[in-house]
Design a protein around this ligand. Structure first.
Ligand code: CIR
Length: 370
């Protein structure tokens, strides 16, 4: 057993918390599916600019490697050392009898609660009624199917089975959520390129995901389910088995969230998601656990772009995050910022939406006042 050598310039959290003692404890272990510490830290070893530098290969990785993952999660998510994820959805108005009749056990019930959660739109004032700043709103959650390896460790056979299960569940989505599935393997390279340009497909993952093993066999068993109106989507076998997305070109973040809740509720009756009382929904990247939700907008801020100190202060105050125009690790284009929630773990989904809404209202006020 040789202690791994991280790049001298690496500031990855995995480098910080993988002490010789933790390494000695974890290096000989493997999960039931054979996932090891060596595989989990590959991406961090090969990418010196990693922020955290570790991925989970299956649900059990979280408990088996907890002496390394817990301190990373504690720091990244700014949660207590003894964190847990117990979403406190408002149960008022929940028809318990109806839920009992579904025959779901308690764990399944916890998962379906999001379906019962609706943001009362009257509680949230319309943001940007003149459509001067917000170009689009998007809410996504990541999910993995219980009992299957996660994408960095999954076999080609299992990945195909995951795709089939998701396809079966998606084709039963009712009403406006209903649509069709596009399998990437049916596309020629030029058709794939055209879809990528129109953002109707997702590309191979970045070098962080690549070195973690997530891109293996791409584009096999990958694809996108889209509702007819293109406002509800499921990315299949990207960084997680499912990325469930609700989006539209408007500032109606609560409407977008409510659509996501409806879709997720239907899917949860047919698919069992990997969930844990301490870590919440389990994802490939530990940055996504908990609600596994990112809710955000594309917003044009011409004045705040030149006054980023004010913008950064507001973003920190409301626990938000700025990303580049095209997402993680990209730059800002034409003054369009991607602003979304930073908190995901130990916070209910509805509070995430409310914080985002309040933060965006304050940011728009600041932009107007400059
Ligand atoms: C890193 O450690 O920097 C990469 N593994 C990416 C972390 C951000 N997570 C993500 O995009 N899901």
């Amino acid at each position: 057993m040789v202690f791994p050598q991280f790049h001298p310039d690496s500031r990855a959290l995995v480098k910080q918390y993988l002490t010789p003692a933790v390494y000695e404890q974890l290096a000989p272990l493997e999960t039931r599916t054979g996932f090891t510490l060596a595989a989990a830290i590959q991406s961090g070893l090969k990418n010196p600019d990693s922020h955290i530098g570790i991925y989970a290969g299956d649900a059990l990785s979280y408990s088996l490697f907890s002496s390394l993952l817990d301190p990373i999660i504690h720091v990244y998510h700014s949660v207590e050392k003894t964190f847990e994820h117990s979403p406190d959805f408002d149960q008022t108005g929940l028809n318990q009898t109806a839920l009992d009749q579904t025959g779901l056990d308690q764990t399944r019930l916890d998962q379906t609660r999001l379906d019962q959660t609706r943001l009362d739109q009257t509680r949230l004032d319309p943001l940007d009624p003149n459509k001067a700043f917000i170009l689009s709103s998007r809410v996504r959650v990541a999910r993995n199917l219980s009992g299957f390896c996660f994408p960095c460790h999954i076999s080609s056979r299992e990945r195909t089975r995951v795709e089939a299960l998701i396809f079966d569940a998606a084709k039963k989505l009712p009403g406006k959520l209903g649509g069709s599935y596009l399998s990437f393997k049916d596309l020629s390279p030029s058709q794939m390129q055209a879809r990528l340009t129109r953002k109707q497909a997702f590309p191979k993952g970045d070098r962080f995901q690549d070195t973690a093993g997530i891109n293996r066999d791409f584009p096999d068993s990958r694809g996108i389910f889209s509702s007819r109106d293109k406002k509800f989507m499921i990315w299949v076998n990207e960084e997680d088995h499912l990325r469930i997305i609700s989006m539209e070109s408007s500032a109606d973040i609560s409407g977008v969230f409510n659509r996501l809740c409806r879709g997720l509720g239907h899917l949860s009756t047919r698919l069992e998601f990997a969930f844990d009382k301490k870590y919440g929904f389990l994802t490939s990247c530990p940055t996504n656990i908990g609600t596994a939700m990112r809710a955000g907008v594309h917003i044009r801020l011409k004045k705040l772009e030149k006054n980023q100190k004010i913008l950064k202060k507001l973003v920190a105050q409301y626990q938000l995050q700025i990303r580049g125009t095209s997402g993680e690790k990209t730059s800002v284009n034409k003054s369009i910022f991607d602003i979304s929630n930073k908190q995901r773990l130990g916070i209910p989904e509805t509070r995430i939406i409310q914080n985002l809404h309040s933060g965006l209202a304050a940011i728009i006020e600041a932009e107007k006042s400059l």
